[in-house]
Design a protein around this ligand. Structure first.
Ligand SMILES: Cc1cc2nc3c(=O)[nH]c(=O)nc-3n(C[C@H](O)[C@H](O)[C@H](O)COP(=O)(O)OP(=O)(O)OC[C@H]3O[C@@H](n4cnc5c(N)ncnc54)[C@H](O)[C@@H]3O)c2cc1C
Length: 291
C-alpha cells in the first residue's frame, strides 16, 4: 500500500517551485504517475508531500524554430510527440521512437519530463536525446540551469536534479546539414521496454561518406543511458564503410556494462548491442546521405 502523503495541485510553475523549495527532500513531484505510482507502491519512495504537476499546462508545448530548433515542455505527453507534424517533419526519429514506447494508454498520460526524470536506463527517449545533442532546462525558484542530455542521468533511477529543481524544457538543436539519426530497440513485443536499444547520429562532411561527427547512445546497457564515446571516435573523421561500422559496434559492446535479468544475460545484451549499433548506424548513415 502507498504510504500516506499530503497532496498539492499547484496551478502555476512558480507555485510548484515554491512548494519544492519549501519541502525539498520531503517532497516529490508527480506528473502522469506512470512510474511514480509504481515506485510509491513498492515503497522505494515515500514522499511526505506529493506535488501534482500534471495540470501545469504552461509546460505542455512543442515549439519549432529554424534557428533554435525544437523546444518541448516537460509536461508534453508521449502521444503528442509521436503525432506532432513538426516533430515528424524535422525530428522523425523522435516520433518513431515514441511510436514504440509502451501502449497508447501510457503514451496518452505519461509525460516526456516524467520519463527523463525517472531516469530508467532502459527508457527510450534519453538515448535519442543524447544522440540529438539535446539539453534539459531545470528550474528552481528564481533560477534556471541547463544540463546536457548525456550528463543528466547520474545512476540507476537517479538524475542531476536538486531537491528544489524541476525539469521544465527539453531543447533539441537543429542538426547540421547531411545528418541522420536513428533509434531501434530489441523488443519481445511491440511497445515493450527494450532489452537493449541503440541511438546513432551521423553527420557527413558532404554527400560523400566522410563522417564529420557521430553520437552513439545505448539504452539498458548500463546503470544510466550510456554514451559510447569510444565507439564514436572509431567513426569520426573516417570514410564510413561496413568494416568501420563493425569496428564501432564491437567497441560499443566493450563500453556497455549491461545487467543480467529475466530478459537476457549481460553476454546476450552485449552481443545484441553489437547487432543494434551496426544496424542503427547503417540507418543513420542512409538518412544522412539522403538529408
Ligand atoms: C506499462 C508501461 C510501459 C512502459 N514502457 C516504456 C517503454 O517502452 N519505454 C520507455 O521509455 N518508457 C516506458 N514506460 C515508462 C513511461 O514512459 C514513464 O512511466 C512515463 O513517461 C513517466 O511519465 P509520468 O508523467 O507518468 O511521470 P511520473 O511517473 O509522474 O514521474 C516519474 C518521475 O519523474 C519525476 N518527475 C516527473 N515530472 C518531473 C518534472 N517535470 N521535473 C522533475 N521531476 C519530475 C517524478 O517525481 C518521478 O520521480 C512504461 C511505463 C508503463 C507503465
Amino acid at each position: 500500500m502507498i504510504a500516506a502523503f499530503e497532496y498539492f495541485a499547484p496551478k502555476t510553475v512558480e507555485e510548484a517551485l515554491s512548494l519544492l523549495s519549501k519541502y525539498k527532500e520531503e517532497a516529490k513531484m508527480i506528473a502522469g504517475g506512470q512510474s511514480m505510482l509504481v515506485v510509491m507502491k513498492q515503497r522505494l519512495l515515500t514522499p511526505e508531500y506529493l506535488i501534482d504537476i500534471k495540470g501545469l499546462t504552461a509546460l505542455d508545448y512543442i515549439k519549432y524554430d529554424e534557428k533554435q530548433g525544437l523546444r518541448i515542455g516537460a509536461l508534453t505527453i508521449h502521444r503528442a510527440l509521436e503525432k506532432s507534424p513538426v516533430v515528424q517533419k524535422h525530428f522523425g526519429v523522435l516520433s518513431e521512437m515514441e511510436g514504440n514506447l509502451a501502449t497508447i494508454q501510457t503514451r496518452n498520460w505519461g509525460t516526456i519530463g516524467g520519463n527523463l526524470c525517472h531516469s530508467d536506463p532502459a527508457g527510450d527517449p534519453a538515448a535519442v536525446f543524447i544522440a540529438l545533442k539535446a539539453k534539459f532546462k531545470l528550474a528552481s525558484s528564481g533560477k534556471e540551469r541547463i544540463v546536457e542530455a548525456d550528463e543528466f542521468s547520474t545512476d540507476y533511477l537517479e538524475a542531476d536534479l536538486k531537491p528544489n529543481e524541476m525539469l521544465t524544457e527539453i531543447q533539441v538543436p537543429n542538426p547540421p546539414p547531411h545528418s541522420g539519426t536513428a533509434y531501434e530497440k530489441l523488443m519481445v513485443m511491440k511497445g515493450d521496454m527494450g532489452v537493449i536499444g541503440a541511438a546513432v547520429s551521423i553527420t557527413l562532411s558532404g554527400k560523400d561518406s566522410v563522417c564529420q561527427d557521430a553520437r552513439i547512445a545505448l539504452s539498458n546497457c548500463s546503470s544510466i543511458p550510456l554514451r559510447a564515446k569510444k565507439a564514436e571516435e572509431v567513426l569520426i573523421g573516417k570514410t564510413l564503410n561496413d568494416g568501420l561500422l563493425t569496428e564501432a559496434d564491437e567497441v560499443a559492446a566493450t563500453e556497455a556494462t549491461p545487467p543480467s535479468d529475466v530478459h537476457g544475460s549481460a553476454e546476450y545484451r552485449r552481443e545484441m548491442t553489437k547487432v543494434f549499433v551496426k544496424r542503427v548506424a547503417k540507418l543513420a548513415l542512409e538518412k544522412a546521405k539522403a538529408a
